[in-house]
Design a protein around this ligand. Structure first.
Ligand SMILES: [Ca+2]
Length: 111
């Protein structure tokens, strides 16, 4: 089950919450982007994003790990609205974020 810290009231973070469980969502969408605020998928986490977000809301400047379970490549950006430094995330990849990328992403979208 996807979940985030309920203390946030940010519009985008509410939108990020998905009621589908991971397996059902992956079946429908063909997979997507998972993000977490700590390394190795730990901390606060959101799973199976399938569309772009011009702001990550609660997750802005907190993301430290990602996983792409689908067949699409994605872009991640250090600025809102797909600005700043762009990172290409390859389909099927996952990684802890190091250096400038760590705790710096503010928007994401499929390539
Ligand atoms: Ca973090």
């Amino acid at each position: 089950m996807s979940h985030i810290n309920n203390q946030t009231q940010d519009l985008y973070s509410i939108e990020l919450v998905q009621d589908l469980d991971h397996e059902a969502s992956a079946t429908i969408s063909g997979g997507g982007l998972d993000l977490s605020t700590s390394y190795n998928g730990k901390g606060d986490r959101v799973d199976d994003l399938t569309k772009g977000y011009s702001s990550l809301g609660y997750f802005n400047n907190k993301v430290s790990w990602y996983e792409l379970t689908g067949k699409k490549d994605w872009y991640a950006y250090t600025g809102k609205n797909f600005t700043g430094t762009r990172y290409l995330l390859k389909a099927g990849s996952k990684s802890n974020l190091r250096g400038y990328a760590n705790n710096n992403w503010e928007s994401v979208k499929p390539v």
